[in-house]
Write a protein of this length. Structure first.
Length: 287
């Protein structure tokens, strides 16, 4: 059965209503397109769990801080449709901007505290845009479950909090980060890397693993762990570390002392491309 492509809210809601009448489980995988192995991991999990799987493809303008970043975002819907076909997706929801935003909106979703650190300061308004569009997609689709990658740890925390605070009856399902063979986290932005930058990009994962190993061996001082990990970024060409932080995974607040599970997160500019990654760590636990 081929993927049904829907571009209007009314049509999607009618299709979902007919499925709900049969008491089927509806799953949603929100994306901005340019589907890669990481997205496939989300879709595969949804297909395993749900009777009807919707993949949304919407490049959300309200979460971009710079117009050129929005303009550069890959748009390859034919390839995305082929991925959905191969994975067994039921519906590809691909609305136009005008369908999602009429221009008359007066409401946004702003999750405070969780966005004070990490990506928040450098990307003002980004998480407001993310939370707002995700809440819209959840309301439009009436999904029982929605699937998000752990690579975007702060985004995942923001979405979980919004869903909890607003009593949205959708289960948020985290899916582990999918990585290339050399450890680089799969991302739509990877295709912007030059050959040399792509080689250098593996330093993100190596730095995170170094931090994880230090924590597993008992180091509790976050400054020491950060110093060990950031050695991997020294003297690297075309590289700028935006942040390297060790935070509480429940509220994304920076820690000085490690006493339990932590999220080690980083954002690094390599050339003109901004990459993010993170790893969850527990003291006295090594893989």
């Amino acid at each position: 059965m081929s993927v049904q492509v829907i571009d209007t809210i009314d049509e999607l809601q009618a299709r979902v209503a007919s499925t709900r009448f049969l008491e089927k489980v509806v799953g949603l995988v929100p994306t901005m397109g340019a589907l890669h192995a990481g997205h496939v991991g989300l879709i595969d999990r949804a297909v395993d769990d749900c009777d009807l799987v919707i993949v949304s493809l919407f490049i959300n303008p309200t979460q971009f801080n710079q117009q050129d970043d929005f303009d550069r975002y890959p748009r390859i819907i034919e390839d995305d449709l082929a991925v959905c076909e191969k994975c067994g997706v039921d519906i590809l929801f691909a609305p136009a901007t005008e369908e999602m935003y009429t221009g008359q909106e007066c409401t946004t979703v702003d999750v405070t505290n969780l966005t004070d650190h990490l990506c928040g300061p450098e990307r003002p308004g980004h998480f407001r845009g993310v939370a707002t569009v995700v809440v819209k997609l959840l309301n439009i689709s009436r999904a029982d479950r929605a699937y998000f990658g752990e690579k975007d740890a702060q985004q995942l925390a923001v979405i979980k909090r919004a869903v909890e605070d607003l009593n949205i009856p959708t289960e948020i399902v985290p899916v582990p980060t999918v990585r290339e063979d050399d450890g680089l986290a799969c991302s739509s932005r990877n295709q912007h890397l030059t050959v040399e930058d792509r080689k250098n990009a593996t330093m993100l994962y190596r730095a995170l693993v170094a931090a994880k190993d230090a924590i597993a061996m008992g180091e509790q001082n976050t400054e020491v762990v950060t110093r060990i990990a950031c050695e991997y970024f020294k003297n690297q060409p075309r590289t700028r570390v935006e942040y390297f932080e060790i935070v509480d995974p429940s509220d994304m607040q920076p820690l000085k002392v490690i006493q339990g599970p932590v999220c080690v997160a980083t954002a690094v500019w390599i050339g003109q491309t901004r990459l993010i990654d993170n790893i969850l760590c527990c003291p006295d636990k090594r893989d």
